[in-house]
Design a protein around this ligand. Structure first.
Ligand code: GBH
Length: 475
């Protein structure tokens, strides 16, 4: 096949992180920083909730070491940095009448300035660690009428304060995790187990996203000129075989994982398969809600890690539309090598299929905002051995090749790629054990050491992106 051009010259590439996973430098430092408590502080203090007892307030000390981290990203050759802003760090109690923590403002101002000084386009996400005070006041995401105005005010504050320099915004990261892991299976904060709450939580996240995004589009974009969207987790669902039942089941799995959020935003309705299964437990959109949702995401933000084979055989997993998720194929082979985590296998061709599905169904430019790999036992290796992260290099080789085919052969409009993650970090309920970083973190000293995959990934993009931008002005 003839390929005429590579990645566009303004393609953004680098690494992603999330505030709660990397900022903490210890209890004292967090106290001194003025950050309010989030539901993750409370969750970490619940015995047994985090495998190794890690507390979110002591992770990678990015709070103190962000300059070093940004300098390292630059030296590796990245041209962008995708980070998140912590709501309780900016507004400790979270609410629309609550005071601002100036130390939080100074931190993110400095971080953004440091990005620009180093030629990195800042790409900011404003969600994840919900202020505990809002959970105590009204149950957080369970109370749509209360949280929508609180979240919108927080968003407004971010645009007013940082929008002169940040031109790429994400409202939410992976609302599926907040709904299902947080309120359905109880694995993430706030640790609820329910088959009713997730659908309510997701609905209020969707509406909060829409109000926050419309505020930007209508009132800030005209002068600030950036763009805004949501980012969803979603892995490709490959039908186990070509029987009509399994093809239909795979679509149902895509509906429950991605369509749940993306169909309302881009197509104006919940997927029919969800309506059929959930009945009255799935909230209905009002006319006003549909209007604010319409055109509320200017692009499709994609976090993806793996692929599953999907069978129609009925499972008890309602969050997967009662499908059976597997990795095997009819001939008994598996679709890709395993990682340290049961859900994660290396299936590069799944990425190209996923990107084509998303582009065709939602008709938006795509920003790839997370993609990465975990190596078993990496934490117990000496640092000089952990940096030989062959399995991660192999994963990134396959996935970047698949991305290249999606861009060069399928001609999809894909505008960024961020490896997950910049550095080993707090892997939520799994603690510090499973490592996803392309940079090694020594959790005693906080010392950083780049692994082979960091060089591989940045070299790939340096070679394939038409021309480097030179100045990171965010456009
Ligand atoms: C990303 O989610 C997160 O955004 C990031 O914070 C995290 O560090 C990274 O993954 C690595 O895990 O345990 O079998 O129930 C990716 C989407 C959805 C993948 C939930 C894992 C749990 C499967 N994730 N899923 S299971």
């Amino acid at each position: 096949m003839t390929v005429t051009s590579g990645f566009p010259g303004d393609f953004l590439y680098g690494f992603a992180t999330a505030a709660a996973q990397i900022e903490g430098g210890g209890e004292e430092a967090e106290k001194a920083s003025g950050r309010g408590r989030s539901i993750w502080d409370t969750f970490c203090e619940k015995p047994g909730a985090i495998v190794d007892g890690t507390h979110v307030n002591r992770t990678c000390n990015h709070l103190a070491l962000y300059k070093e981290d940004i300098a390292l990203m630059r030296s590796l050759g990245a041209n962008a940095y995708r980070f998140s802003i912590s709501w309780p760090r900016l507004i400790p109690l979270g609410g629309r009448e609550d005071p601002i923590n100036q130390k939080g403002v100074v931190f993110y101002n400095d971080l953004i300035d440091e990005c620009l000084k180093n030629g990195l386009t800042p790409f900011a996400c404003i969600s994840w660690d919900l202020p505990q005070a809002l959970f105590d006041r009204y149950g957080g995401w369970l109370d749509q009428d209360s949280i929508v105005p609180d979240f919108t005010r927080y968003a407004r504050f971010c645009y007013e304060t940082f929008g002169d320099r940040v031109k790429h915004w994400l409202t939410f990261n992976e609302p599926w995790c907040v709904a299902v892991l947080g309120h359905g299976q109880g694995a993430f904060a706030p640790g609820h187990k329910s088959n009713i709450e997730p659908w309510i939580v997701a609905h209020s996240v969707l509406i909060a996203h829409a109000h926050a995004a419309k505020l930007y589009i209508n009132h800030f974009k005209p002068t600030q000129g950036g763009s805004i969207g949501i980012t969803l987790n979603g892995d490709w669902a490959e039908p186990f075989d070509d029987t009509p039942e399994n093809i239909k089941a795979a679509q149902r799995k895509m509906d429950f994982a991605v369509g749940w959020f993306a169909d309302p935003i881009y197509l104006g309705r919940y997927p029919q398969s969800m309506i059929d299964i959930l009945g009255d437990r799935l909230p209905k959109f009002t006319v006003e809600e549909l209007a604010v949702l319409k055109d509320s995401s200017e692009f499709y933000g994609c976090n993806t890690y793996t692929t599953n084979t999907i069978k129609a055989t009925r499972s008890d997993d309602e969050f997967a539309g009662f499908t059976t998720m597997a990795f095997d194929r009819p001939d008994g082979s598996v679709i890709g090598p395993r990682s340290a985590l049961g859900w994660l296998r290396d299936v590069p061709w799944g990425l190209r299929k996923l990107l084509n599905y998303l582009a065709a169904r939602y008709q938006k430019p795509i920003y790839m905002t997370e993609n990465g790999w975990c190596i078993g036992g990496e934490g117990s290796l000496r640092v000089q051995d952990a940096t030989d992260d062959d399995g991660r290099v192999q994963f990134y080789q396959g996935y970047t090749q698949s991305l290249k085919e999606a861009v060069e052969i399928d001609r999809l409009d894909i505008r960024s790629y961020f490896g997950w993650s910049f550095i080993d970090n707090f892997e939520w309920a799994s603690g510090l054990g499973p490592r996803f970083g392309s940079v090694h973190c020594n959790y005693e000293t906080f010392e950083r050491t780049p692994k082979d995959s960091a060089y591989f990934l940045m070299d790939f993009f340096k070679k394939n992106v038409a021309r480097s931008k030179g100045i990171a002005n965010g456009h």
